[in-house]
Ligand binder design. Structure first.
Ligand code: 7PM
Length: 265
């Protein structure tokens, strides 16, 4: 899943993709690099980011969705607002990616009334407060429990299990220690649906490598590879070509490890 930001204040892009045509061109570039899904977002979830109003969010994302929908790559809309979900789905998006796991009023009903896919992400607190002082009894057990509970809410609303992806929400109300433990123990989340993870360019990678946001490509690729090795089915990334190369090598080696001709097991 390639990231297309349509925000002027994203830490990853310095607003370079706020300009409508720049965002569309960036999406086309990610398709050319081999993205299987494009995630289009007009609401920054950075700590302390100002909330984006409905009309502004629609103005940002709808023209980009309309332009990219013609290119036969599934589009996901990164939003928490039911009205943005509805309008984005009508414009050609087929997946709702919600960092608030459909907890806004009307969000579950909106997804249930459509046939879209849906990503439910864990966050502790709100974007404004989440990095203040995150606490867990056991981060893996707590995040797994939240994701199972939100999955059950969707099932109770008659959303088929096959439509759902679950995401531990790296960086959303987590310390470096929490993030590293989640990545190490991804399989222990023990969730009932495929996992999507977003680690690309995040501050936890900066904390480990000492690098600024523009210098985190190598660590991002390593993080995506570790995530897939630990069971992630979808990785949300900025650097699609580099990530695909790393995963192609991983898959080629993996196939030999699984080969029934192996006699050294
Ligand atoms: C500022 C702060 C800008 C944080 C962008 C971000 C995820 C997501 C984001 C994720 C899912 C970023 C984040 N992250 N959706 N949206 N999972 N499902 O680093 O990890 O891209 S926004």
């Amino acid at each position: 899943m390639g990231v297309v930001n349509v925000t002027p204040d994203s830490f990853s892009d310095d607003g370079r993709h706020f300009d409508r045509q720049v965002a569309i061109d960036h999406g086309l570039q990610l398709i050319a690099e081999g993205a299987d899904i494009l995630d289009i977002g007009g609401e920054s979830t950075r700590p302390n980011a100002p909330e984006v109003r409905l009309e502004e969010e629609l103005r940002r994302v709808l023209p980009v969705i309309e332009a990219l929908a013609a290119h036969h790559v599934p589009l996901s809309i990164d939003t928490s607002k039911p009205e943005v979900m509805r309008r984005a789905l009508a414009a050609g998006a087929v997946i709702v990616n919600d960092v608030r796991a459909l907890q806004e009023p009307g969000a579950v009903e909106t997804v249930a009334a459509s046939d879209c896919g849906v990503v439910l992400m864990h966050m502790q607190g709100t974007p404004r407060t989440m990095q203040a002082d995150p606490h867990y009894d056991d981060v893996v057990a707590d995040v797994g429990g939240f994701l199972r509970a939100r999955f059950e809410v969707l099932r109770a609303a008659s959303v088929a299990a096959e439509r759902v992806l679950l995401d531990p929400g790296f960086g959303f109300g987590k310390t470096l220690e929490h993030n590293l433990r989640l990545l190490a123990r991804l399989r222990a989340l023990d969730v009932p649906a495929p996992l999507l993870v977003g680690l690309s360019r995040k501050s936890m990678l900066g904390a480990v490598t000492g690098r600024g946001v523009r210098e985190r490509v190598h660590a991002s690729v390593a993080a995506a590879l570790i995530a897939v090795q630990n069971g992630a089915q979808v990785v949300r990334v900025h650097d699609v070509a580099a990530t695909r190369d790393a995963l192609a090598l991983w898959a080629a080696v993996q196939a030999r490890d699984q080969d029934p001709k192996n006699t050294d097991a």
